[in-house]
Design a protein around this ligand. Sequence first.
Ligand code: KG4
Ligand code: ZN
Length: 332
Amino acid sequence: MLVLGIETSCDETAAALVENGRQVLSDVVSTQSDIHQRWGGVVPELASRNHLVQILPVVDEALRRAGRRLTDLDLIAATSGPGLLGALLVGAQVGKALSAALELPFIGVNHLEGHLLAIRLAPQAPDTPFVALIVSGGHTILYDVAEPGSYRCIGMTRDDAAGEAFDKVAKIIGLPYPGGEPIDRLAKNGDPAAIRFPRALSAPGVFDVSFSGLKTAVLQHVRARGVPSGQALADLCASFQEAVADSLTKKLIAAARKLGRQRILICGGVAANSRLRALAEERARYRDLSLFIPPRHLCTDNGAMIAVAGYEAHQRGAASVSRLGVDAGWQL
Ligand code: KG4
Ligand code: ZN
């Protein structure tokens, strides 16, 4: 079964062709980050306008790279939420128009389920049950996944998402948007113990996290000493990143132990972070848990994960849902 997956929930216009929910034939991602960079974050109206410009060339390119034609497709899946309303509409309408013209089923995919299922494209994916942490620019949520397709939220951020914290801290210290990757890069030469930033909600049994206090602590540090440069900048990045990775991995592992789960998954854009990946691995090994994290390019937004989620929904028997509207606040 050949699936076209379309993703336009935020500032990436993406399309991918995936065969049988496992084999990626093409995966095209056109990022708008240079457009939003000067504003220090995503401007929704600019995002929708640029999706409109990019979506058809991106779908064409996905077909070209896979060496397939529209008539080879069996199913079309597009992100229908959560995300920016205008941005979602572009991808979902193109997906539905294609499905009507080609007389193919259409599945409206939940973006978060896409992140969770991206691991199916890696050589090793966890069997259920497992505990999953989604860490992206818009979400930071812990789920207990007892069986395929069943997601029970067991904790979430009470304020900023982890990726949002990276992006806001990057702005404070003069790094470009999106801030996760440049902070990750600078932190490699920094000392993670240089500044002891706070870890919120650290009481045992609490699976929520909070990053707004950490962001404020960075802001106060910069107000008191000015924006650092050189080694001091690397130290600040490493110390901030350590606080995020420390909080997230502690919560994830504590939740898995409390629920008696042996397998843990981390996904979403922030799962591309080197320190989060390394610390999770270290702590999972110590607790004898099996850790699963998609390869970096499948952590950040892409069309392949949407194709997989569409395929899985189709296998579960989700009917053709071409009348489905988009839902900016769609909860999993
Ligand atoms: O999943 P994603 O591509 O989009 C959303 O669904 O939000 O996540 C984007 C977020 C951004 O906040 C970006 O700064 C962060 O993921 N990110 C990273 C890294 N790469 C991307 N954060 C930390 N370290 C990274 N290497
Ligand atoms: Zn995402």
